[in-house]
Design a protein around this ligand. Structure first.
Ligand code: NDP
Length: 445
């Protein structure tokens, strides 16, 4: 594989798409050896075919706010690869959304979905719409406008979107209502649905729970557990709250959460009624981080800072991409961090990952650690197809089993001669092999 040539061609074709190029480079670097050992990949030109999305839909969403003002946002759906199953991946509503970010997320999703052991292809979508500060009615009108375009492209057997940043249960509800009306069907076309209308138990907390199950397996390779450990978490969204809940349940103390404006340090631990309080704020669309420090006087708010300066045993970045840089990684290592498991997608910069790997820290990438979310979405799709609803215990056990299986795949493909597991390599190789072989089986299409 001529990595530099591939990357320079890709850059010419996709100028300025920094996040997408970063994600592709990371995958290609890790799969180089296995790719070179299998000449049939090269003869089928797998790399060029896998880094080009199957299709990209970009559309206009016009909507009216409560004062009567008309707004225009841009909507997207990237259907990246469906070699192993229907396209599957979340929708992100955030002002930072652009083609590069969604292409990076869609590309990552191919390998993540492959790791889950379930038949799901990779996709991603969203809009630069900002749900923050909008009324329920405004969010509903935007979601309806968004679905008016998207519905033509998706379906329970073709493409099944879900939530991501800015898209939770409320938005999925509005999107689903509009899809149902347009398509005239009640089907599992979206996941993350409400429990009363086709949703799965555990789905809201699945990504965070799965991340902690994965980190538990990482720690077990060193004979360690969560019990008595100090945990730093960033963000406090869909992923972070599930992670905080499960880490606490396993006997750890979570001492930080964060938002774009800074982080909270609470040495007494963020658990129980404190998490309930945060979830209430979140549900009412309010700022979370600052009010926490007023409500619980033991806690300190650190304006404009990231939680990685706090001494901890386990770090779970659960907010957004590139939120943990080289200096943060160095500080974590100096402070004795044992395990870094990415709840978010690509939260660590390539330079930060290098620091973790050089120091032989247990480090695992988002596509393995946070795959529990999409895996449980896959379980929701199965339940919808069968018109059944599995009990909580069954979904949780399946999720746990899937996370252990992802961990096993990472160890199988990532363990070096010295016994150190490079989870980045393990996840990329395992995810790639399945998709690449499926593409070869299905011919040039
Ligand atoms: P949410 O929008 O629910 O939560 C994101 C959290 O991060 C919020 O608390 C937000 O604060 C905070 N945040 C946003 N930007 C920053 C920043 N620059 N610095 C610090 N904090 C920030 O999103 P999710 O929890 O759904 O997603 C988080 C990450 O996990 C994303 O990378 C997503 O792609 C990934 N992921 C999500 C899955 C899911 O099931 N939801 C599945 C797999 C991956 P505020 O609300 O104040 O903006």
């Amino acid at each position: 594989m001529n990595l530099e040539k591939i990357m320079s061609d890709l850059e010419k074709k996709n100028p300025g798409e920094v996040e997408f190029l970063q994600a592709v480079r990371e995958v290609l670097e890790s799969i180089q050896d296995v790719y070179n050992e299998n000449p049939h990949f090269e003869s089928a030109n797998i790399i060029e075919r896998i880094i080009e999305p199957d299709r990209v839909l970009m559309f206009k969403v016009s909507w009216v706010d409560d004062s009567g003002k008309v707004h225009v946002n841009r909507g997207y759906r990237i259907q990246f690869n469906n070699a192993i199953g229907p396209y599957k991946g979340g929708l992100r509503f955030h002002p930072s959304v652009n083609l590069s970010i969604l292409k990076f997320l869609g590309f990552e999703q191919i390998f993540k979905n492959s790791l889950t052991t379930l038949p799901m292809g990779g996709a991603k979508g969203g809009s630069d719409f900002d749900p923050k500060g909008k009324s329920n009615a405004e969010i509903m009108r935007f979601c309806q406008g968004f679905m008016l375009e998207l519905w033509k492209l998706i379906g329970p057997e073709t493409d099944v979107p879900a939530g991501d940043i800015g898209v939770g249960g409320r938005e999925i509800g509005f999107l689903y209502g509009m899809y149902k009306k347009l398509a005239r069907e009640n089907s599992g076309v979206l996941t993350g649905k409400g429990l009363n209308w086709g949703g799965s138990l555990i789905r809201p907390e699945a990504t965070g729970f799965g991340a902690v199950y994965f980190a538990k397996e990482m720690l077990a390779t060193k004979g360690e557990t969560f019990k008595g450990k100090t945990v730093c978490i960033s963000g406090f969204g869909n992923v972070a709250w599930g992670a905080a809940l499960k880490a606490t349940e396993l006997g750890a103390k979570v001492v930080t959460i964060s938002g774009p404006d800074g982080y909270i340090y609470d040495q007494d631990g963020i658990s129980g009624e404190k998490i309930d309080y945060l979830l209430e704020l979140r549900a009412s669309n309010q700022d979370i981080v600052k009010p926490y420090s007023y409500e619980f006087p033991g806690a300190q708010f650190h304006q404009g800072k990231r939680p990685w300066e706090v001494k901890c045993d386990i770090a779970l970045p659960c907010a957004t991409q590139n939120e943990l840089g080289k200096e943060d990684a160095r500080t974590l290592v100096t402070n004795g961090v044992q395990c870094v498991a990415e709840g978010a997608n690509m939260p660590s910069t390539p330079e930060a990952i290098e620091v973790f790997l050089e120091n032989k820290i247990l480090f695992a990438p988002g596509k393995a650690v946070n795959a529990g979310g999409v895996a449980t979405s896959g379980l929701e799709m199965s339940q919808n197809s069968m018109k059944l609803s599995w009990p909580l215990k069954e979904v949780d056990e399946r999720l746990h089993h899937i996370m252990c299986s992802i961990h096993d795949q990472c160890v199988k493909h990532g363990k070096g001669k010295d016994g150190y597991v490079n989870y980045v390599k393990g996840a990329n190789v395992a995810g790639f092999l399945k998709v690449a072989n499926a593409m070869i089986d299905q011919g040039i299409i």
